[in-house]
Design a protein around this ligand. Structure first.
Ligand code: ADP
Ligand code: MG
Length: 328
């Protein structure tokens, strides 16, 4: 396939096409199309598996991050997909394309960071592969986890009337990247959100164990793009309140200088927060859901996302969510 065809088709259309080629050969509970694949392990237990690729100069720049933090992030973004199903992570597999210029010390720092972060989630590095790369540093991570049969929260269960929630704050990571790209030094908090995001495993597990969410995913491509995935999978639409978006103090500080930065909270990506829907409208008061969930809108019949402003008007986000084959 030519590069120009790639640009027209886009990442998600390519994934749909791959899924069509697999067709009905899939004997799993869930194959392509959610944060993790789901397979039946035993009568009461299901295996969750997800894999992610990080490529130098696309997902990270070595001059902007330490190798230790890169190791940490490689784990967190992967474990986040287990959190997105409400599962418990168990094992990680790490494959590395190792460029010649990467020193032994740098590589060992990466592994130290990887293992440090894995310990935060009680998950173990169980295998992998390593080979020389003629170009960039390439990191491929696969994570396995488990959930009680039927407890994993998929993308397709949202219904009209459900409340839409997110964890944490949005846009911090994208704002840090935006500031770095424009030659500025982001505040420490924003840098931490970009380089060492946390996976919301405890919140995800609480939601699945208590049966509180109807649909869920983690925000990796931006709120608009990932909410759209959830809405399409569920066959519904959503109205989101712009004023309700949870923003950090550091984000608000920059937003006060440039209101257009709100689009980074809507479509910047790499938040690794959970986005979920629930029939309960009081979960922001729920004691076990730490570090807090925030109500941002409501599921409606129909399709698409309406961004409602305080004055009743509709806001148009000018950014698109991240797509490897469409973004320049
Ligand atoms: P996430 O952002 O949660 O990691 P993605 O948007 O990357 O999810 O992928 C969406 C779905 O498509 C997932 O189920 C993923 O496993 C699947 N997928 C992505 N790339 C491929 C591929 N090359 N082959 C098969 N399935 C893929
Ligand atoms: Mg995901």
């Amino acid at each position: 396939m030519t590069a120009s065809m790639d640009k027209e088709v886009g990442e998600f259309a390519l994934i749909r096409w791959i899924k069509e080629q697999v067709g009905s050969e899939n004997t799993l509970i869930r194959g392509i199309g959610d944060d993790c694949a789901i397979d039946q392990l035993a009568a009461d237990s299901q295996l969750l598996t997800s894999t992610d690729l990080l490529i130098e100069d696309i997902h990270f720049k070595r001059e902007w991050t330490s190798m230790f933090d890169l190791g940490r992030k490689s784990v967190a973004v992967n474990v986040s997909d287990i959190a997105a199903m409400g599962g418990t992570p168990r094992a990680l597999y790490l494959s590395v394309g190792h460029p010649k210029q990467l020193s032994e010390m740098e590589f060992k720092e990466f592994i130290r960071g990887f293992i440090y972060e894995a310990r935060q989630y009680d998950v173990v590095l169980a295998g992998g592969d390593i080979c020389a790369s003629p170009g960039p540093l390439i990191i491929s991570v696969t994570v396995q986890g488990h959930a009680k049969t039927g407890a994993a929260i998929q993308r397709h269960g949202a219904q009209s009337g459900d409340t839409v929630y997110v964890t944490g704050t949005l846009g911090d990571s994208a704002l840090a990247l935006y500031l770095l790209q424009s030659g500025q030094t982001p505040p420490d908090f924003l840098m931490q959100r970009l380089h060492t995001p946390g996976a919301r495993v405890a919140v995800g597990r609480c939601l699945s164990e208590e049966g509180l969410a109807t649909a869920m995913l983690d925000i990796s491509d931006g709120l608009m793009a990932d909410l759209d995935h959830l809405l399409v999978a569920s066959g519904v639409g959503a109205e989101i309140s712009l004023a309700a978006l949870p923003l950090s103090d550091a984000f608000r500080c920059e937003l006060n200088k440039d209101r257009a930065l709100i689009d980074l909270a809507l479509a910047g990506g790499e938040d690794y927060e959970l986005l979920f829907t629930s029939q309960r409208s009081d979960l922001d008061q729920y004691p076990s859901l730490k570090p807090g969930v925030v109500k941002i809108g409501t599921i409606k019949t129909g399709a698409g996302i309406t961004l409602r402003q305080d004055d009743g008007g509709i806001y148009q986000c000018r950014r698109r969510g991240f797509d490897h084959f469409i973004d320049e």
